[in-house]
Write a protein that binds this ligand. Structure first.
Ligand code: ZN
Length: 81
C-alpha cells in the first residue's frame, strides 16, 4: 500500500499541532459552537479547527456537548420548516 505524501504530511501536521498545543475544555467550549455552525453550513471545520476536532475525539464530556449542540441545531431547523 502506497501512502500519499499529502496524507502523510497532514497526519504529521496534526501530530505536531497536538504536541504544540493541547486545547483545554474551556477553550474547546468557546469554539465548539463555531465548529457546529461550520458543519451546519457544509464547511469542513476539522480543517479550520483541528484542535477542536482533536479535543472532541479525545474528551467525552466535550464530545457530548458537541453532540447535544448538533441535536439542538437539528431541532431548531426542523421547527423552522
Ligand atoms: Zn474537553
Amino acid at each position: 500500500m502506497k501512502i500519499e505524501t499529502a496524507t502523510l504530511k497532514k497526519v504529521l501536521k496534526s501530530l505536531s499541532i497536538t504536541h504544540e498545543k493541547e486545547m483545554t475544555c474551556g477553550e474547546c467550549y468557546e469554539e465548539i459552537d463555531h465548529y457546529v455552525e461550520m458543519l451546519k453550513d457544509g464547511k469542513s471545520p476539522e480543517e479550520v479547527m483541528p484542535l477542536v476536532e482533536h479535543h472532541i475525539t479525545l474528551c467525552s464530556p466535550c464530545r457530548e456537548e458537541f453532540v447535544a449542540l448538533l441535536e439542538a441545531l437539528k431541532t431548531i431547523e426542523e421547527d423552522a420548516e
